[in-house]
Design a protein around this ligand. Sequence first.
Ligand SMILES: Nc1ncnc2c1ncn2[C@@H]1O[C@H](COP(=O)(O)OP(=O)(O)OP(=O)(O)O)[C@@H](O)[C@H]1O
Length: 633
Amino acid sequence: MSQQQSPEPTRLVSPTKTTDHSTAGEPDPFEHLRGTAGEEQVSLNKAERKFIRRRSWKLLVRTSEGVRLKLLLTALAVILAQACQAATPLIVSLAIDWGLPRVIDGETQGLWIPGGLYVTCAVTAGIMLFLYTRMTAEASQQMLFTLRDEVFRKTQELSLDFHEDYTSGKVISRQTSDLESLRELLDGGVNSLVQGLMFMFFTTVTIWIMDWRSGLVLLAAAVPIAFLGRWYQKNSEVAYRRTRISSARMIVHFVESMTGIRAVQAFRRESARTRQYKKLAKVYRDDMVRSIGLFGVLQPGLMLVGNLSVTAVLLWGGFRVLDGDLGVGALVGVVLATKRVFQPLDMIAMFYNSLQSATAALEKVSGLLEERPKVREAKHPAHLAEARGELEFRDAEFRYNQDGPLVLKKLDLHIPAGQTVAVVGRTGAGKTTLAKLLARFYDVSSGTVTLDGVDLRQLATADHHRHVAMVTQEAFLFSGTIRDNIALGRPTATDEEIVAAAKAVGVHEFITALPEGYDTDVNKRGGRLSAGQRQLVSFARAFLADPAVLILDEATSSLDLPSEALVQEGLERLLGNRTALIIAHRLSTVAIADRVLVVDARHIVEDGSPEELIAAGGYFSKLHSAWSATMGN
Ligand SMILES: Nc1ncnc2c1ncn2[C@@H]1O[C@H](COP(=O)(O)OP(=O)(O)OP(=O)(O)O)[C@@H](O)[C@H]1O
């Protein structure tokens, strides 16, 4: 058994810090709500609510950065439009009281001045309406664009551990239904609020001018309205938070059923999945009905207060008319105005409704955006222009979760540049974990992993990506042509280089036999290609990327036996002089390796050339015999 000695790494660094929210040893009281952690928590205490609210509003304020002037102009346009509209009755009264007598006396200005004012107001209101409709749409769409972009960027940046936990369904729900709630608020809600408030303000002023006692009735009506508003706010906040959670669960189930449609159909799970979906959709429906039901109490409640206020103004005013304290005209005026003053409450309640829904959505989106990738580039990264491909694990330990079990324990492993290493072992032994650490999908929990003596945590991300490539069993192909998919390995590659890469791994003949050759569209998830063909295309992609270190994670598992000889040749050419770590499930793949590692129970239990290990009579020797038997050797 040969265990190679390694040179000293150039620099050892402490593990990347993953949480940044506690200050100098003080525990973070909101740790459980940071990022997406408290996403499923429905009821929050006062401090928690404040924390979440602040995070949401901070995001909204940050998102509005480029459009604040536009939002201000929009508000001004709304005020101007409302003022113009409110002024029209005044102009009519001016026309009657001031203009009409002058017209009768033959003075034309009596007609032109109020007429001109009226037209000016009407035109201004129209222009303002046009401007604010347009500006609101521009501002809200710009804010949504920023949020969409941020959500997408964030999900691309977050490390694999996040995605393994969070699932794509939840990300989709944040990106679609949550942002849709925000759109509803930004598009229509703010306008209705400003319009409604302005209208109420102007009308209240007129009531106070006409009869201050009726103004007192309005003041009294504000008390039940405030209580009703507070009741609605408290209940709807919880109700809408619940709808966001149930909506996300429903979308997660939908996305999983669609992306796993092959497994669903293969195991005849269609009706079971449908039943589960129905259950989740019912929960969402009920949550929505509950939150809309709350609005159903708020709206008539406000109407009731409005009507009672009109009755109070009418009764009190009526008695005062009888006593001779109030003129009939003034009574008619205040009654009409009181009736009108409550009209926008409907609109404001709607705004409040969409505000609550959008706030719940914003809570979730801001949580997602608060997440920080655990695997990050160092502040002052080390650069490695050229790499030889020497790898080393030193005292490396790894666990997926902070309090989870150790998956790799005290691992010391040196792989010299250019060596082809096959990794074998039982299912769940930790082979893929080894590969993921080299590809830096995760960082080691303790110890180091180095490339050419540079700690991977210190290595510039771009250099790491250039020097280390991983081909997985999945061999994912993006929508587009085969050419585009191979070019992903090196986007600047010429057509000749792409063809050369395909020839090198032995996939050129197959591609040219396709109807449109390299321009054939692979469709979603490479629908037109078999799993083996997809793997060959991903080999070509890796060949083009020309990394110093190549990791193949069961990447040959879908290749059929008859074509194995061909593939073997392609594989050997792909490996070339690179350092390669191959997680192998095939004898033929292991045969081309210089060295075999057997991983078991968190350790490397066998390490040597294939011949050495066969002779040693351990796990690999037994595996080899079993493989040979199945191949008829
Ligand atoms: N994302 C994860 N979170 C928590 N534990 C994980 C995660 N991925 C793998 N594990 C655990 O780590 C251990 C090693 O898994 P790994 O995928 O490295 O095994 P493997 O040897 O590649 O297995 P296989 O041959 O089946 O692919 C297993 O016990 C597995 O349950």
